[in-house]
Design a binder for this molecule. Structure first.
Ligand SMILES: [Zn+2]
Length: 266
């Protein structure tokens, strides 16, 4: 689901060769129907189950993108010479990363490749975010994040996020406070990895708003594995979710699923 950081965020749903601008479909009834076929997004092999959001089991076991260090960057093992795909690691991990603070369902810390700003924040449904540190590698970002986790959450409560209930936060003040708290750890990391590998970011706060007409009160979820047809009036899009009047659907979860999408005229 490609995104554009406009105000509100622009969402396009890609189904095969077709692109559907979701912002223009608000208020319309849409049907998403899963055919029962899942194809690996890497090798196109048919698979009964999707692993790591779109991969077949062999790819899941083999690709660096599916390794456990992707979820836990502090476990990056490129420097040990054991990266599953060192070339992929060079472009995706051994490159500049940003440690940021975001407000998705409250204050959270996260990391992303520098080129994924602000896409990563939109993926999480953050209403605001601010870079805190620029670091040389994914591994370093992971180590900084570990230090931050003692003070700040690293998860989004997606139900709160989808209800549009993120509290007001002063992210610049939070950034200053957290930097002060992790100063000893930052000093140690800079001493170990080099002074030029960690830099405090002075960026302003990004605000993001989403195309949502009606916020759901009670969150029900559509599950295409159990009920292949999801149908309802599109009331909004936020994070990776479509908000239908009949429930929400996490589109990312169904990457690789062969689906047909119909928009009912009136
Ligand atoms: Zn595969």
């Amino acid at each position: 689901m490609p995104v554009e950081p406009e105000s509100p965020v622009g969402y396009t749903l890609t189904v095969g060769d077709h692109r559907l601008v979701l912002n223009e479909q608000l208020g319309k009834t849409i049907e998403i129907e899963f055919s029962g076929e899942i194809r690996c997004i890497h090798c196109d092999r048919k698979t009964n189950k999707s692993f790591s959001q779109g991969y077949c089991y062999p790819c899941f076991k083999r690709l660096a993108a599916c390794d456990s260090c992707i979820m836990s960057p502090e476990k990056c093992h490129y420097h040990l010479g054991t990266c599953r795909e060192p070339e992929w690691g060079e472009t995706h991990c051994m490159t500049g990363h940003v440690v940021y603070l975001a407000n998705s369902s409250g204050l959270k810390v996260g990391i992303t490749r520098a080129s994924q700003v602000p896409t990563r924040w939109i993926d999480q449904g953050a209403v605001a975010a601010v870079p805190m540190l620029r670091v040389a590698t994914r591994y370093l970002a992971g180590l900084v994040e570990v230090a931050c986790k003692q003070h700040v959450a690293d998860r989004t409560n997606w139900r709160t996020m989808l209800r549009g209930e993120a509290p007001e936060l002063d992210l610049l003040a939070e950034r200053d406070r957290l930097l002060e708290r992790i100063a000893p750890e930052l000093e140690q990391l800079a001493a170990e990895h080099g002074r030029d590998t960690i830099e405090v970011a002075g960026d302003p706060v990004w605000s993001l708003d989403y195309p949502v007409d009606i916020w759901p009160v009670k969150i029900k979820t559509h599950n295409l594995d159990k009920q292949p047809l999801a149908s309802g009036v599109l009331q909004g899009v936020k994070g990776q979710y479509l908000i239908l009047d009949t429930g929400v659907i996490n589109i990312r979860k169904y990457t690789g699923y062969k689906v047909s999408v119909r928009v009912m005229s009136e």
